[in-house]
Design a protein around this ligand. Structure first.
Ligand code: APR
Length: 267
């Protein structure tokens, strides 16, 4: 509910307040979820997926148990999602974040729950000179659907080629130990990379501000990051067309689509 009569409380006032918070902050943590990729045509996690897959839920297929039980079905689902993503492009929100992080990487970190690789592509398309400055490169909390790893040993690699999931025998195998290769994403019931998570928590504990974009803020441990920033005295700016459990705690909440709001907020 906004009061248009109060310039600082109306949508414009909120955008101004949020811009000022993010411009003045020395250490910023950005957390994104599936919503930031919605305008790129990537269905969010809790959207209805059309066709063949609508009878499956991610919680049923994105698990180690499902992969052990039927690796062909799990790879068929992931290859369907990868096929969709190959035609998707970073949108204005990904690009605005990439510009901002490349222009001022010091003290800024972007953590994403998304596995779609669109933040990386927006970053690579910038071809910024100090591309790998500490704060510029996006950090995936839940892995990357275009990377693969061995289901048994430590082997991993970029996995851009389409996977033939027509039979178990056509699935990719590890070049080192010949076990099945799997998508390098974090499945339900699996732990996040402890080094990545520790880095995110440490950054949140020392952040002056947190920009949260396009997440339902219900899946842990990512959903704790904005709360850690608030507990440490930092400010939280939330961008989401729908309210979430975080909205009532946010310092500034902007009810809008990421593709429209982020260029206004960051450029
Ligand atoms: N701009 C901003 N936010 C949007 C947009 C948009 N254009 N469209 C939708 N949203 C918001 C929705 O309102 C919702 O709050 O994006 C959020 C998407 O929420 P989820 O589908 O729950 O996705 P996410 O929060 O990323 O899920 C977290 O759950 O299933 C696991 O590992 C999976 O990473 C995923 C995690």
């Amino acid at each position: 509910m906004h009061d248009a009569r109060d310039p600082l409380r109306g949508p414009l006032g909120r955008l101004t307040r949020a811009r000022r918070l993010l411009d003045e902050a020395e250490r910023v943590l950005v957390l994104t979820g599936a919503g930031i990729s919605a305008e790129s045509g990537v269905p969010t996690f809790r959207d209805e997926m059309e066709g063949l897959w609508s009878r499956f839920r991610p919680e049923e297929l994105a698990t180690p148990q499902a992969f052990a039980r039927d690796p062909r079905l799990v790879w068929a689902w992931y290859e369907w999602r990868r096929e969709q993503l190959r035609t998707c492009r970073p949108n204005a929100a990904h690009r605005a974040l990439a510009r901002r992080l490349a222009a001022a990487p010091e003290g800024r970190r972007l953590y994403t729950q998304n596995v779609d690789g669109l933040h990386d592509r927006a970053h690579d398309e910038l071809a910024c000179p100090d591309g790998d400055a500490e704060g510029a490169r996006p950090r995936p909390l839940h892995g990357d659907i275009f990377r693969v790893r061995c289901s048994r040993c430590a082997w991993h690699d970029r996995g851009l080629d389409p996977v033939d999931a027509s039979a178990v025998d056509t699935l990719p195998r590890c070049p080192r130990c010949e076990a099945l290769v799997r998508p390098a994403v974090v499945w339900f019931g699996e732990a996040l990379d402890p080094e990545v998570l520790e880095g995110a928590v440490e950054h949140a504990q020392n952040a002056d501000a947190c920009l949260v974009v396009g997440t339902s803020a219900v899946v842990q441990p990512a959903a704790s990051l904005p709360r850690i920033v608030l507990q440490a005295g930092g400010a939280v700016v939330e961008v989401n067309p729908q309210p979430t459990p975080l909205s009532s705690m946010a310092t500034v909440r902007i009810a809008g689509a990421a593709g429209a709001v982020l260029p206004e907020l960051l450029d």
